[in-house]
Design a protein around this ligand. Sequence first.
Ligand code: AGP
Length: 614
Amino acid sequence: MCGITGYVGQGDAVPIALANLKRLEYRGYDSSGVAYPLADRVHVHKAVGKIANLERSINGGMHNLTSNVAVAHTRWATHGRPNEANAHPHCDCTGRIAVVHNGIVENYAELRSELQEAGHIFNSETDTEVIAHLIEAALPSVSPTSEEFVQACRIALKKVSGSFAVGIVSALIPDSLFVSRKDSPLVIGLGEEENFLASDIPAVMSFTRKVIVLEDGDCALITSKSVRIFDLDGNPLNRSILDVTWDDQSAEKGGFDHFMLKEINEEPRTVRDTLRGRITEDSRVVLPDVNFTSEQWNRIRRISIVACGTAYHAGLVGKRLLEKTLKRPVDATVASEFRYSDPLVDEETLVLLISQSGETADTLAAMREARRKRAATLAIVNVVGSTLAREADAVLYTQAGPEIGVASTKAYLAQLTALSLLSIYLSQDHGLAEEERIKMISALRVLPDQVNDILSQCDQIHDLALRLRDHNCFFYLGRGYDYAASMEAALKMKEISYIHAEAYAAGEMKHGPLALVEPSVAVIGFCTQPHTNEKMISNLKEVKAREGFVVALLREDVPAPDCADAVISVPVTLEPFMPILSMVPMQLLAYYVAKEKGCSIDQPRNLAKSVTVE
Ligand code: AGP
């Protein structure tokens, strides 16, 4: 996600805002910018790449930087390529208003066309730019008072659907910052005759540890001596002041001990953001960012999913999902096999490439092989502007934000969410019954809250980890969707706790692996698919009879089987979506076992976040 900082006070605002922005670099970004009011307009500087490039462009230009107010931004692209034109801040037509934004303006396309019809000129491909023009359009006159400016900001933001954290500077309020948030974080740091704005607490900690964490719907007008908080209707609000005691390191992790745990806790927002703007009020799926023509879609007769690691495991769930809705065979192959297999794909095949980084060498090679064979290529990718995103015929972006931990967690949930949307999109006019579609969409809408509910079980999962940490072998068993999910659960455990963990089709245990079961072996049975639950429970009984430690992962409407030594319950959703919910406790279990073993969780030995070599 993007990073925002701001400053208003007696100091030199631009270098202070940029210094604080560097505290957010860990979040990942592709460009940055800064804006400050001076005389009758705002001055804006932007640069692609690191913040150091921005500083060079400012200092190299020997620009007059004396301003006591500034906002700065690091961009994690969600709409529009990572280039200077799309970097924030974005201005209105008069150059008197500059906006930095973290979030997604879902209705930016219609807002942009309305504003363009009214004569507004746009300079970027971003959704953010509409906010600056909306404020300009809401001004009652060319010389509004500061109160009229604040009202124009409130009017503008009420027209925005989606998520936003905005920092706004303007020549019309030269000694103030206007800020507001909805679904994206913003904090205000309180200093002595100076105040600070940031997306995250680490970015203000070198100046102050007194922080106001704004809540959804809050607005604030910040000067060097005051912070006035109100809602979008202008009603005053009171917010408590937090005394931050974190050290710098844990602040970057949002107070969590590791990025992996922070990213697991971001999963409700990840699912919500990946759904955002892609479900209509009449429960249909739209994929505005996938630029396939209807002729290209109609030419597809087969789908072949290709990926590596966690992304491949998401693809295994996607295979079953797409087969269920399309009623056609779909295959899933690891990219390192696909690329050398002389794959049977052609112009009637859609090769679906899944990748968090968009830079995985095997996946890139697989895509190029597919294109060589004239297959259509669609990338489900998290990093905007990555090689895979640029070279595939079309892209369906996940909205997980930067994933720092090497072990992929929130990206997996985002990939499953994107695959769920795609499976509905491809079938909603080709055989998927309206009743089924509406049921699937309703289930997707509540997933973020269900994921959030599971996160409250973290203490129980930690207790289970204490009971499991000394086991020297894990089996993860499942059938159907659960078998696909068990592959990912096993990978999480092995890659961060270094304990051997193996996923197995539950029905296959008696064909050999059961010989391995003994008290030191822990078996986690996925029992979330009603039509195979009875069989799963009998498989777990076979394990228990051999004194294995049995953990049953159940839907919360299923009673705990007697053979289970421990139970993990997850909320009920449709069977194809159960892997999205069942993976959350599995990620937490792997995390806590690894933590109890003192493993290096965010950077496990021998592994890299993106495998850019063969
Ligand atoms: C999973 O936790 C690992 N980080 C690894 O398997 C990863 O999923 C794989 O390397 C694929 O990466 P990608 O999604 O960036 O292509």
